[in-house]
Design a protein around this ligand. Structure first.
Ligand SMILES: Nc1ncnc2c1ncn2[C@@H]1O[C@H](COP(=O)(O)OP(=O)(O)OP(=O)(O)O)[C@@H](O)[C@H]1O
Length: 254
């Protein structure tokens, strides 16, 4: 089942083209990593797909009413600002707003199950009564991922969700995304850790200067040529039983 369907998606910000003619379909069961250098257009692609910024072309999500979209796609933006000093469990409960179609009234059994599941998955049960604004940056990021998980949408889109997490929680979070995809959801995440992208994602989209320049399984996208021409780096790449292992070794040509 196709959950994200973009055709000829283009974005110009302040009259400057930042995304050009992206065609993309993402289906249930895929964990898609969006990779590319700083300023390549990863955030613009996701924000345009969600209808959060003006674009040309077509996005199935942007065509939906806001209510419908919130039931189809959960979104974790790059900015990690938590505006109010509410408890962790209250913040995660806000992920249930779309299911209520309005203000969050009394939580029902399905809400409670979704909230508990999200807190447990993100290893936040011990922090549930803490004030979210008084957590560390990485802890706050995990709370925001939990809020997106509690939304229980078939599609999860997250902008650099593992940035700032410690190694254990980076691995655990990528593993959770992998599980969500295996459970039949579609997950689209932008990320800069090419090693984790190669190891966990079923498919990679390589963006460079606003264009989708490669799209396929990690082995097909993480080629020495692509890594050199797009990221300007040399990498050690090895195929292992647990997937592709990739370690940047230097800046190309230096
Ligand atoms: N509000 C804005 N006004 C004008 N240009 C913008 C604006 N926001 C982003 N841009 C430009 O759009 C281009 C794409 O930015 P975008 O944030 O999509 O890149 P990105 O791939 O997500 O980068 P990063 O990895 O650094 O987060 C960049 O050149 C950026 O400078």
């Amino acid at each position: 089942m196709t959950l994200l369907d973009l055709s000829s998606l283009s974005v110009a910000l302040r009259s400057r083209p930042v995304l050009s003619q992206v065609d993309l379909e993402v289906s249930a069961g895929e964990l898609v990593g969006l990779i590319g250098p700083n300023g390549a257009g990863k955030t613009s692609l996701m924000r345009a797909a969600l209808g959060l910024i003006p674009f040309q072309g077509r996005s199935n999500l942007a065509d939906m009413t806001p209510d419908r979209r919130a039931r189809v796609a959960a979104w974790m933006p790059q900015s990690r600002e938590i505006a109010w000093p509410v408890t962790v469990e209250r913040l995660v409960a806000l992920g249930r707003l779309p299911q209520h179609g309005g203000p969050l009234g009394r939580l029902n059994a399905a809400d409670r199950e979704a909230i508990e599941g999200a807190l447990e998955r993100m290893e936040l049960l011990h922090l549930r009564k803490r004030t979210a604004t008084r957590l560390s940056g990485g802890e706050q990021a995990r709370v925001l991922i939990a809020r997106a998980l509690a939304q229980e949408t078939p599609l999860l889109m997250a902008d650099e969700p593992i940035a700032g997490l410690d190694p254990e929680h980076q691995l655990a979070t990528m593993q959770i995304f992998r599980e969500l995809a295996d459970e039949g959801k579609a997950v689209v995440v932008s990320m800069h850790d090419l090693g984790l992208a190669a190891r966990f994602c079923s498919r990679l989209l390589l963006i460079d200067h606003g264009r989708l320049v490669a799209d396929g399984v990690p082995e097909a996208v993480m080629t020495p040529e692509n890594l050199r021409s797009v990221f300007h780096i040399d990498c050690h790449i090895a195929r292992t039983a647990s997937g592709l292992v990739l370690q940047p070794t230097g800046i190309a040509g230096r």
